[in-house]
Structure formats: C-alpha cells, structure tokens
Design a protein around this ligand. Structure first.
Ligand code: FMN
Length: 239
C-alpha cells in the first residue's frame, strides 16, 4: 500500500498500521477499556448529515466560522494530539502548516515535540495551546507566558487527565514502559515543550479556584466554557 492509495481516513489508518511500529500505531488508534466510547463517538459522527445548499452558486464558497473568537476558513480545526514526531519526523511542523494552508486553527499539545516558539513563529493562522496543570506551578506559568509571547490566541485547559485511561492495547504492546521513559525519549526528540514534563505523574488535581486566579493574573485572557470532546475542557480565549 502507498500514500497514493489513500483516499479516506480508513485508507490512511491501514497505511499507518502497515508502516508504524505496533506500540505507536495502537497508541494512536486505541482507546480505553473495551473502547465502547470510542466506537460510540465514531457512530455518533456518522449520524451527522451534511445538508446540501443547492442552486446557491459556487463561485464564492464560504465555509468560515468563528471558534473561541477566532475566524476559521473551515468549520473544523486540528485538535491537539501528543507526540506527533513519534509517527512522522515533521510532526507538529507539518500538521501546523496544513492547518495554516486551510486557514484553520492548530492545537498544540502540552506534550508536543516541537516548541511553542517554533510553532508561534511558523504559522500565522490561529494557534491553540492545550495546557495541563502541573504540580510545579512555575512550569505551568512558564508555559502560559511562552504561549503569550509566541502569540497564541487560545488556550484549552485539560481537566480530565487526572488519571490515565486503562488502554488495554497499550498494555499488550508495552507502551506503558515507553511512557515510563517518556522524559528521556522526549529529550531524545529534542523537544521544546514536552521535554520539561513528566506525564502523567506530575499533573495535579485541577482546582477551579486556582484557575480563576490564573485567569485574573493573565488578564486580558478571557474565559469561555466549551465542550470539546468526551471530557471537560475550559477554553481560554485572548482578548
Ligand atoms: C493519539 C492521540 C493523542 C492525543 N493527545 C492529546 C493531547 O495531548 N492533548 C489533548 O488535549 N487531546 C489529545 N487527544 C485528543 C484529541 O485532541 C481529540 O480531542 C480526540 O481524539 C477526539 O477527536 P477525534 O474523535 O477526531 O479523534 C489525543 C488523541 C489522540 C488520538
């Protein structure tokens, strides 16, 4: 199978399965326990209909929308996923460029393998940083400061990763062992972000009070509650 044979996400999935080391493929493809929620989410997505707007003219197609105050050319954005250079040497650089090409937002994970600064200087379209609150308050603060300095427009505060999911496929492939060595692995990948982190041991229980004071401290960052995926995330929006 070749890249030229890939015409939809299922083809890309098969291609990835063929090319990636098994622990990496299953880390991306797998989910928690019996993967019931994963299947339900996929089925729920399949029930969405696209309603065609016929005889409306096709010269100027406008699919733009506003998400967290950011104008996007597409009604989709790229949500943060960790460790992208594990599965492609360009990782976040390529994904960020793709987001820019289509005029949509790029979400960078706290566990990214490219630095906040590099992404900030590389793409001009809206950028979202996904933040874990760490035991080390200075680490959390420095990440927020770096995002502000790198002109990130939005921040998503993750509150549902106090404990990791029971990812049975990973137990099978040995990925937890890999995670144990994540820090050195990240240093190896010469990351700008994730190398500072221990995951998930240092993520501390998130307190709403702490979040409020953080928000005030970093005013004019605004706040908007939004439901992003099967877990609650508080979105912070600049301006
Ligand atoms: C391999 C992988 C890694 C992910 N890493 C992160 C992460 O670091 N931070 C985060 O907030 N969400 C992460 N997510 C969740 C995604 O951002 C997204 O919300 C989730 O996959 C649901 O979207 P989907 O149904 O299109 O996959 C990850 C998802 C996957 C599949």
């Amino acid at each position: 199978m070749h890249l030229t044979d890939c015409h939809n996400t299922e083809h890309f999935r098969k291609f990835a399965k063929q090319r990636l080391p098994s622990p990496i493929f299953h880390y991306i493809d797998g989910a928690a326990d019996d993967e019931v929620t994963y299947r339900r989410n996929t089925e729920a997505f399949e029930t969405c209909d696209l309603v065609p707007n016929v005889l409306a003219g096709v010269e100027n197609i406008d699919m733009s929308t506003t998400v967290m105050g950011q104008k996007l050319e597409l009604p989709l954005f790229l949500s943060p996923t960790a460790l992208q250079r594990l599965f492609h040497h360009d990782g976040e650089r390529a994904v960020g460029k793709a987001a820019e090409k289509f005029g949509t937002m790029f979400g960078i994970s706290s566990l990214a393998t490219v630095s906040i600064e590099e992404i900030g200087s590389m793409i001009s379209t809206p950028k979202l940083f996904q933040l874990y609150v760490h035991k080390d308050k200075e680490l959390t603060k420095s990440m927020i400061d770096r995002c502000k300095d790198a002109n990130f427009e939005a921040m998503a505060l993750t509150v549902d990763t106090i404990v990791g999911g029971n990812r049975e496929r990973d137990l099978h492939t040995g990925l937890p062992l890999l995670q144990t060595h994540l820090r050195s692995l990240l240093v190896l990948l010469r990351t700008g972000v994730g190398s500072e982190l221990f995951f998930p041991g240092q993520i501390r229980a998130f307190s709403t009070k702490g979040f409020r004071s953080r928000r005030d401290q970093y005013s004019p960052i605004g706040r908007r509650l939004f439901q992003h995926y099967a877990g609650s995330i508080y979105g912070l929006e600049s301006g």
